[in-house]
Design a protein around this ligand. Structure first.
Ligand SMILES: *[C@@H]1O[C@H](CO)[C@@H](O)[C@H](O)[C@H]1NC(C)=O
Ligand SMILES: *[C@@H]1O[C@H](CO)[C@@H](O)[C@H](O)[C@H]1NC(C)=O
Ligand SMILES: *[C@@H]1O[C@H](CO)[C@@H](O)[C@H](O)[C@H]1NC(C)=O
Ligand SMILES: *[C@@H]1O[C@H](CO)[C@@H](O)[C@H](O)[C@H]1NC(C)=O
Ligand SMILES: *[C@@H]1O[C@H](CO)[C@@H](O)[C@H](O)[C@H]1NC(C)=O
Ligand SMILES: *[C@@H]1O[C@H](CO)[C@@H](O)[C@H](O)[C@H]1NC(C)=O
Length: 408
C-alpha cells in the first residue's frame, strides 16, 4: 500500500513536470509573409513547425526579420501600423520572390508588464526572446548569412541581442542589422555587449533621426544622419507643439466590459490632470525616463503613446525613410568626417557611380569602401513623402539590372 502511494507520488510528480511543457512563460511568434503564402508560427509552443514549409531555403531564403519596439506590436491599431506597411512595400519590390519576411512578435515581452508597461523589464526580456529566436533558427537550419534584422527603437537592440545570443550559442555571426533610430534612454551608458554594435553582424547600418528617443552614438559600420539630425519633415509638427495648438492628448478614463474610454485632455488644462504645468511637461518630455515614470503613476498607456507619436515624429521618421527606400528613394548619402563638411559640401562625392552610399533597404549595395568605412553619412531629405528629391534620386531597381551585370 505504502509502496503504491510512493509510486503514485513519484509518477504524479513526473506528470506535473511534464505538463509544464515549456520553460518560457511568454510566447514569441513569427508572422511570416511571402508573395503567395502567409503563416504564423509560435516559437515556444510549436517549435517543431518547420519554416521551410513556407520559405523554401532554395528559393525563398532572404530572411527579413522586422522587430517592433517597446510597447509596440506587429499589428498595431493604436497608432501607425508601420510593420504592416513595411511588409507590403517589401512584397512590391523586385526581389519579392526571394523574400521570407518575418514580423517578429515579442509583444508580451516588449511591454514589460501585464497591465501597464515597464521599460526596464522590457530591456531585460530581450535576452529570453533572443534565446527563443536563436534556438528556433538553429533547429530549422536557417542560414544566418541571409538574415537581415530590421529593428526600430528598442527593436534595434532586440536584433543586436538576438545576434549576440546566436553567436554565443552557435559561434556563427549573422549577416545584417538595420537599426532604425535605436533606443537611446538607458543605452548610452551600457556596455557594447548590451546594445547595438558593429561587432554584432557583418553589416550594421544605423539611421539616426531623434535625439530624445534615439541613441546619439555612432555604433555601426555605416551611420546615417538625415538632415543633420534636424528632420525637415518634423518641423511643422514641432512648430505646432510650440504653439500648443492642435495638440490632442487622450487620457484613459474608464475601463469596463465594453472596453476603454478616453477623454481628451486640453494641454492648457494639464495642471489639473497631471499636476504638471505645460512648462513642466515640455521640460519632462526632454527625457523619456521622466515621461514614462510620471505617467505611470497616472494611467499612462494611451497618454504615453499619444506623446510618443507626437514628440516621436523624428524617431518614427527612421521607419518612414526605410519604407520609402525599398522602392522609391535611394537616399544617396555623403561620407563626411564631420557635419560641417556636409554643410560646406566638402564631402566625398560619388555622383558618377551607381555604387554610391545609400541609406535604407539597399545600403548593402553601396561600394565596399563605404560598407567597411565605419563612416558617418549625411544627406538632405524633403518634408513630404517620399522624403527624397526625385531629381537627386535613382529609383531603386532602375539601374540595378544594369549594375548587376557590370559587377557580375
Ligand atoms: C499576406 O499578407 C500580405 C500583407 O498583409 C497581404 O498583402 C497578402 O494579401 C497576404 N497573402 C495571402 C496569400 O494571404
Ligand atoms: C495582433 O496579433 C496578436 C498576436 O498574434 C493577436 O492576438 C491579436 O488579435 C492581433 N490584433 C489584431 C487587432 O489583429
Ligand atoms: C525542415 O525542413 C527541411 C527541408 O524540408 C529539412 O532539411 C530540415 O531537416 C527540417 N528541419 C526540421 C527540424 O525538421
Ligand atoms: C563590457 O563587457 C565585456 C564582456 O562582458 C567585458 O569584457 C568588458 O570589460 C566590458 N567593458 C566595460 C567597459 O565594462
Ligand atoms: C479644466 O478641467 C476642469 C476639471 O477637469 C474643468 O472643470 C474645466 O472646465 C477645464 N477648463 C478648461 C479651460 O478646459
Ligand atoms: C543640405 O541642406 C542644408 C540646409 O538646408 C544646406 O545648407 C546644404 O547645402 C544641403 N546639402 C546638400 C549636399 O545639398
Amino acid at each position: 500500500m505504502k509502496l503504491l502511494l510512493l509510486i503514485l507520488i513519484i509518477s504524479c510528480q513526473e506528470c506535473l513536470t511534464k505538463k509544464k511543457s515549456s520553460k518560457y512563460e511568454h510566447s514569441v511568434r513569427y508572422h511570416i509573409f511571402t508573395l503567395d503564402k502567409n503563416q504564423t508560427i509560435d516559437l515556444v509552443h510549436n517549435i517543431d513547425v518547420n519554416i521551410s514549409g513556407i520559405c523554401n531555403p532554395k528559393t525563398r531564403s532572404d530572411y527579413k526579420l522586422i522587430t517592433h519596439g517597446f510597447a509596440e506590436t506587429w499589428n498595431m491599431t493604436f497608432r501607425w501600423n508601420w510593420v504592416q506597411e513595411m511588409i507590403e512595400e517589401m512584397l512590391k519590390s523586385n526581389q519579392a520572390k526571394s523574400l521570407c519576411i518575418i514580423a517578429v512578435d515579442w509583444a508580451e515581452l516588449a511591454k514589460g508588464a501585464k497591465l501597464t508597461m515597464n521599460y526596464w523589464k522590457a530591456i531585460e526580456n530581450m535576452k529570453v526572446t533572443a534565446e527563443i529566436m536563436s534556438i528556433y533558427s538553429d533547429k530549422m537550419k536557417m542560414n544566418e548569412k541571409k538574415f537581415h534584422c530590421i529593428g526600430f527603437s528598442l527593436g534595434a537592440h532586440m536584433c543586436s541581442i538576438f545576434y549576440k545570443t546566436y553567436f554565443e550559442m552557435y559561434k556563427r555571426k549573422p549577416f545584417r542589422i538595420t537599426g532604425l533610430d535605436p533606443a537611446g534612454p538607458f543605452f548610452s551608458s551600457k556596455n557594447t555587449s548590451e546594445k547595438l554594435h558593429h561587432t554584432d553582424a557583418d553589416l550594421v547600418d544605423i539611421i539616426h533621426t531623434s535625439d530624445n528617443f534615439g541613441l546619439d552614438e555612432k555604433n555601426g559600420h555605416m551611420d546615417f544622419y538625415p538632415d543633420l539630425g534636424d528632420i525637415n519633415a518634423c518641423n511643422e509638427v514641432k512648430q505646432r507643439f510650440d504653439n500648443l495648438e492642435n495638440v490632442i492628448l487622450y487620457e484613459e478614463t474608464t475601463t469596463n466590459k465594453k472596453g476603454v474610454e478616453y477623454k481628451e485632455i486640453q494641454l492648457n488644462n494639464l495642471t489639473e490632470i497631471d499636476t504638471l504645468s505645460v512648462e513642466n511637461l515640455k521640460k519632462k518630455l526632454n527625457s523619456l525616463f521622466c515621461k514614462v515614470k510620471d505617467f505611470f503613476s497616472n494611467k499612462p498607456k494611451r497618454v504615453f503613446i499619444s506623446l510618443h507619436q507626437f514628440f516621436g515624429c523624428s524617431h518614427l521618421m527612421s521607419v518612414r525613410y526605410f519604407i520609402y527606400s525599398i522602392n522609391k528613394c535611394d537616399y544617396k548619402s555623403h561620407m563626411c568626417n564631420k557635419k560641417q563638411d556636409f554643410e560646406m559640401k566638402k564631402c566625398l562625392d560619388n555622383s558618377n557611380s551607381y555604387d554610391f552610399a545609400r541609406m535604407g533597404y539597399h545600403t548593402e549595395r553601396s561600394n565596399n569602401k563605404y560598407l567597411t568605412s565605419y563612416g558617418n553619412f549625411y544627406l538632405n531629405t524633403t518634408n513630404k513623402p517620399p522624403y527624397c528629391d526625385p531629381s537627386q534620386n535613382y529609383k531603386p531597381g532602375f539601374f540595378r539590372s544594369l549594375w548587376n551585370k557590370i559587377i557580375g
